[in-house]
Design a protein. Structure first.
Length: 117
């Protein structure tokens, strides 16, 4: 019986460990088919899989993971368009989930870009 990956938001670990995964890879297909949209905003309530979705996007597009089989059998693997983009890009993934900031004003102040002189 396949285990439930409760609390695990790492796509690669879930797929490597044969954990139960609800296929959400149509999100990748939607992104690639809507290439005219310059940016995507993923809003969901707490505990609705935002971190797992970002981890999945990283695993799919990141060239550091070339040659993996994590997407075999999922919807995205059936798309020729998606196969052209799989593991083809450098990806920078920044996670602010564990940022040690006590309040919003300190967070904003700590991430204010410097003004060029």
């Amino acid at each position: 019986m396949r285990g439930l990956p409760v609390g695990n938001s790492d796509f690669m670990q879930i797929r490597k460990g044969n954990g139960l995964y609800v296929d959400k890879t149509k999100l990748i297909i939607d992104i690639l088919e809507n290439e005219r949209i310059p940016a995507f905003l993923f809003t969901r309530p707490r505990r609705f899989g935002k971190s797992l979705a970002i981890s999945m996007l990283d695993a799919f597009f990141n060239m550091d993971y070339a040659g993996n089989d994590w997407f075999d059998g999922l919807d995205v693997s059936k798309s020729d368009l998606c196969n052209l983009h799989k593991n083809a890009y450098p990806v920078i993934c920044i996670n602010l989930k564990d940022a040690l900031v006590s309040n919003e004003s300190r967070f904003t102040a700590s991430w204010t870009p410097s003004t060029p002189s």
